[in-house]
Design a protein around this ligand. Structure first.
Ligand code: G6P
Length: 496
C-alpha cells in the first residue's frame, strides 16, 4: 500500500462521502476504464484531496470489480499522479441498501425536504432502517483510519447520522467536520422530515458543521431549538452544545477550480467541439443561451423553457435569432420523480421546437450526450447568456463555471435565480430571475440580450472577481484553517 502504511495506521485527513470521485470498470479486453461521475461535490473535493493526500471513503457504485483494487480494498487515484494522489477506499452496498438508503431516504426524503419541495417527499420504514445501517457501515470503515490527530471530513446529506455514531469510537483529539452541500430549510419546512430529530442529533456529533451560506446555518440553529430542547444554542457564537459536545456552525461558500476551467475553455478541444456543434445546429449568426443541469426537478428547467416560449411568443424578433442550448445529464433515474422530469424536459423541448422551429432554426437544442469537460467549457464560453434558474439550490456551481469559462474581455451575461446560494454572493452582478415568474423571466432574457457591451463587460469583470475569491482551493483552505484555529483554541476534538 502507498507509503507502506497499513489500514490500521491512521491518516491526517479522511474524507467521507456517498459519491466516489472515480469509477473503475473493466472493458471487454480486460483493461481498466476510469470514469468520473457528474456532480459538484466530487469534482470540488478531488482538487482538495490532491493537495491533502489522505484517504477518501465512498460508496463503490458501478466499480463492481473489487479485484481492480488491492487486497485491502484500496486504489490509488487519480490516474494522473503528478497532480497529487490520495487513497480511495470503497464501501460496498447491496441492491437493497442502494434502493432504500440512497434512492430512498437520501433522495426521496432528505433531498426534497431540504429543497423545500414537500410534494416530492416519499417515505418508507425500510428507507430509514437502511439509512441507519449504511451510516453505521461507513462508520465501521472510517473508524479504522482514525487516530488522535485525524481530521474526518464528512460530506452531505447521505451521512448525517455518522458523526454521532463515530464520535464515541475515536480517540481524544480526532476532529470531526461535516459539509452540508444542499440548503438547510427553516423549521416550518424541516418539521415535515421523518426522523428529523435523529438527523439533527447525528450532525451534532461534529465539531464543525459547514453550510454554503449563513442563512442555512441560521435555519439549522432554529431547527435545533425546536427539536432538541436539551441543546444549548448560542446564536451569536454560532455554537451548539448537546450531550457534552459543542458544534460550531459556519458558512464556507463553495467555488470552482477557476484556472482549470479558464484553460479548458480556451483549449483546442473546446474550440473544435463548439465549431462542430455550431455547424450541426446552424448556430452561426444567432445569439446563443446555454443551460447546463443535472436533470433534477429542483433545477427549474421546465420553468426556463416556459420563459423562452413566452419570449418567442411576445417578441417575434427573437425567433430564428436566439437558440437555447440545453445540456442535461441524467441523474437518479430509478426514482419516479426523476423519470418524470426527464420526460417532461424532453417533451417540452420537442413541443416548443414543433411550435416555432423552421428548417434553419431549432429553438431549443437539447442533448443528454455526455460531454467532456473541455466541450462543456467551450459551450459556456460561446454562450452569449446563461440561464441558471433553479427553484432552489444549495449553491449552484454551473453559474460559477460559466463565469470562469469567459475570457478577460468577454461580455457574457449570467441570468441567475434568486433561489440559489450563489445569488447571495454574486446576485448583484447577474440579471436576477425568479424562475416561476414567467413574464419577468422572459423580459429578463430580452434585457440581457440587449444590454450594452460596456455594461456586460463591467458585470462580467465583477463576477469574475467573485468567482476567483470563492475558488475551490480557497474554500478548502478556509475549512482547514478554521479547523486548525479551533484545534489551537482547544474548541475542537473529541474530548468527551
Ligand atoms: C448534489 C449533491 C451531491 C451529489 C450530486 C450528484 O450536488 O449535493 O452530494 O453527489 O448532487 O448526485 P448523485 O446522486 O449522482 O451523487
Amino acid at each position: 500500500e502507498r507509503d507502506g502504511r497499513s489500514t490500521q495506521t491512521t491518516d491526517d485527513v479522511v474524507v467521507v462521502s456517498n459519491r466516489q470521485p472515480y469509477r473503475h470498470e473493466y472493458d471487454d479486453e480486460g483493461g481498466i476504464n476510469v470514469s468520473r461521475p457528474t456532480g459538484g461535490l466530487t469534482s470540488a473535493l478531488d482538487a482538495a484531496m490532491r493537495e491533502r493526500n489522505g484517504t477518501w471513503i465512498a460508496w463503490g457504485d458501478g466499480s463492481a470489480d473489487r479485484d481492480v483494487v488491492d487486497d485491502e480494498g484500496h486504489v490509488t487515484v487519480p490516474p494522473d499522479e503528478e497532480e497529487g494522489t490520495y487513497t480511495l477506499n470503497r464501501v460496498w452496498l447491496s441492491d437493497e441498501q442502494v434502493e432504500n438508503y440512497y434512492l430512498g431516504f437520501s433522495n426521496r426524503v432528505l433531498w426534497p425536504v431540504c429543497h423545500s419541495m414537500l410534494m416530492n417527499v416519499h417515505s418508507e420504514a425500510a428507507y430509514w432502517q437502511n439509512y441507519e445501517a449504511v451510516n453505521d457501515q461507513f462508520v465501521d470503515n472510517v473508524a479504522r483510519h482514525v487516530g488522535e490527530s485525524t481530521i474526518v471530513w464528512f460530506q452531505d446529506y447521505h451521512l448525517s447520522l455518522a458523526p454521532r455514531m463515530l464520535e464515541s469510537r475515536v480517540p481524544d483529539g480526532a476532529f470531526l467536520a461535516h459539509f452540508w452541500h444542499i440548503p438547510w430549510p427553516g423549521w416550518d419546512m424541516f418539521r415535515a422530515c421523518p426522523h428529523g430529530e435523529e438527523i439533527i442529533a447525528g450532525l451534532l456529533g461534529n465539531d464543525l458543521l459547514g453550510f454554503h451560506v449563513p442563512r442555512y446555518g441560521e435555519n439549522f440553529m432554529e431547527c435545533v431549538e425546536q427539536t432538541l430542547p436539551d441543546a444549548d444554542v448560542d446564536r451569536d457564537a454560532a455554537e451548539i452544545t448537546f450531550r457534552g459536545k459543542t458544534t460550531t456552525i459556519k458558512a464556507f461558500p463553495l467555488g470552482v477550480s477557476v484556472d482549470t476551467i479558464r484553460t479548458g475553455a480556451k483549449s483546442e478541444a473546446a474550440e473544435s467541439f463548439w465549431s462542430e456543434f455550431a455547424d450541426e445546429h446552424h448556430l452561426d449568426e444567432k445569439r446563443v443561451s446555454v443551460g447546463v443541469d443535472r436533470l433534477d426537478y429542483t433545477k427549474g428547467i421546465p420553468e426556463r423553457f416556459e420563459a423562452l416560449e413566452r419570449l418567442w411568443e411576445d417578441s417575434p424578433e427573437w425567433r430564428g435569432a436566439l437558440t437555447h442550448v440545453q445540456i442535461g445529464s441524467k441523474s437518479r433515474s430509478e426514482i419516479e420523480e426523476y423519470m418524470d422530469i426527464q420526460t417532461e424536459v424532453e417533451e417540452e423541448a420537442a413541443r416548443i421546437n414543433e411550435r416555432f422551429g423552421t428548417d434553419e432554426w431549432e429553438p431549443i437544442v437539447y442533448t443528454t450526450a455526455h460531454l467532456s469537460d473541455e466541450a462543456l467549457y467551450g459551450a459556456y464560453r460561446h454562450g452569449d447568456i446563461a440561464l441558471v434558474s433553479p427553484l432552489r439550490d444549495g449553491m449552484n456551481l454551473v453559474a460559477q463555471e460559466y463565469v470562469a469559462a469567459q475570457g478577460d474581455d468577454d461580455d457574457a451575461v449570467l441570468l441567475l435565480s434568486d433561489q440559489t446560494g450563489a445569488h447571495d454572493y454574486m446576485g448583484e452582478w447577474t440579471v436576477t430571475v425568479r424562475p416561476q415568474n414567467t413574464d419577468e423571466f422572459a423580459s429578463a432574457i430580452d434585457d440581457a440580450l440587449r444590454m450594452p457591451a460596456s455594461e456586460r463587460r463591467e458585470r462580467m469583470r465583477e463576477l469574475r472577481n467573485r468567482v476567483e475569491d470563492a475558488d475551490v482551493s480557497r474554500w478548502m483552505h478556509s475549512v482547514f484553517e478554521t479547523i486548525a484555529e479551533m484545534q489551537t483554541a482547544g474548541t475542537g476534538g473529541s474530548d468527551g
